[in-house]
Design a protein around this ligand. Structure first.
Ligand code: PBG
Length: 352
């Protein structure tokens, strides 16, 4: 018998009718399951809920300060006194976690980034104030030196070289300082080799066995971090790039090796970053390791969507939810997103 030319290539999608012929149009009509909102909801394979969202918060010094970030419309840097309110609002919308990032005063930045392990730095003060008002909220803290260094690199430097092993000691100190202030999730984003192992050892030695590690396993050297570097004030001071430690966007096998190493070193959760240009990496990491896997929809992704919406070129709310849902479809268990509050508020009204 000649092969019908509309046979599906994948065996598992081939169905047969009673008479033994392959089921296809006009018997099969895929549009039946798309014909109303109710049936679409019934057959939806993936769902976005506030449980999937993690809200990043930028912290600054001072009192009652709410400083807009030009390249991230709708996102502000908040002084510590305003942070607990913001965290509580997120928690009330059903968001289970926040991720804190400091915008350190220039005069506190040094070549060795020692402000990173000052127990009274912005991050530690913010952790303590959130824990007082919303103790159940998961607090995720970035471990990397870039918010604290005069050169904007994530590690210690010797001339042009970003030092690996010397940096590990400082990262471990930074992690301990955050855990001591009450942080429950340490998120190394620096991409030094061996950092998860160094941080796990330090946490266990200092009595923080319950503090978990969400490792930025596959963090790419990406152009999409621009607005974030504006937000924390590291863009203008960054000399060179981060390509000797962040990953090459050309690679995916390397991401799997990074994830495998992080798991072996004791990571509890994995993270891929950026998000939308790296959905294939999210999918592969989730399907290979079956670990809690997260994705960071980074500042540049947010800025692009906001700018297009502000120009009336795309519909803001639908584009936002579509982008967030794509992470779920790719296999992510959750998303760090500057949209967290807006998306959770929309989902709360059950409009989508
Ligand atoms: C710092 C860090 C960066 C981001 C999160 N942690 C920037 C960088 O690596 O230069 C970017 C997040 C974003 O763009 O939203 N290690």
């Amino acid at each position: 018998m000649p092969k019908p030319n509309n046979t599906l290539s994948s065996e598992k999608f081939t169905a047969f009718t009673d008479s033994g012929t392959e089921a296809r149009f006009p018997i099969v009509r895929m549009r039946r399951n798309r014909s109303s909102g109710s049936v679409r909801r019934l057959v939806a394979e993936n769902h976005l809920t506030p449980n999937d969202l993690i809200l990043p918060i930028f912290v600054i010094n001072g009192k009652n300060r709410c400083e807009p970030i030009a390249s991230m419309p709708g996102i502000d840097r908040l002084s510590i006194d305003l942070v607990p309110q913001c965290a509580e609002a997120a928690f009330k919308l059903g968001i289970p976690a926040v991720a804190l990032f400091p915008c350190t005063d220039q005069e506190l930045k040094t070549a060795d980034g020692r402000e990173a392990f000052n127990p009274n730095n912005l991050i530690c003060r913010a952790i303590r104030s959130i824990k007082k008002t919303t103790p159940e909220l998961v607090i995720i803290c970035d471990v990397a030196l870039d918010p604290y260094t005069t050169h904007g690199q994530d590690g210690l430097i010797d001339g042009e070289v970003v030092l690996n092993d010397e940096t590990l000691e400082v990262l471990a100190k930074q992690a301990i300082t955050q855990a001591d202030a009450g942080c429950d999730t340490i998120a190394p984003s620096d991409m030094m080799d061996g950092r998860v192992c160094a941080i796990r050892k330090a946490l266990d030695t200092d009595g923080f066995k319950q503090v978990r590690i969400m490792s930025y396993s596959a963090k790419y050297a990406s152009a999409f971090y621009g607005p974030f570097r504006d937000a924390i004030g590291s863009q203008i001071i960054l000399r060179g790039d981060k390509k000797t430690y962040q990953m090459d966007p050309a690679n995916s096998d390397e991401a799997l090796r990074e994830a495998a190493l992080d798991i072996a070193e004791g990571a509890d959760m994995l993270l891929v970053k950026p998000g939308m240009p790296y959905l294939d990496i999210v999918h592969q990491i989730k399907n290979t390791f079956h670990m809690p896997t997260f994705v960071y929809q980074v500042s540049g992704e947010y800025a692009m969507l906001k700018a297009a919406a502000q120009n009336g070129w795309i519909d803001h709310d639908t584009a936002m939810l579509e982008a967030l849902l794509s992470f779920k479809r790719a296999g992510a268990d959750g998303v760090i997103s500057y949209y967290a509050l807006e998306a959770a508020a929309l989902l709360d009204q059950n409009l989508f």
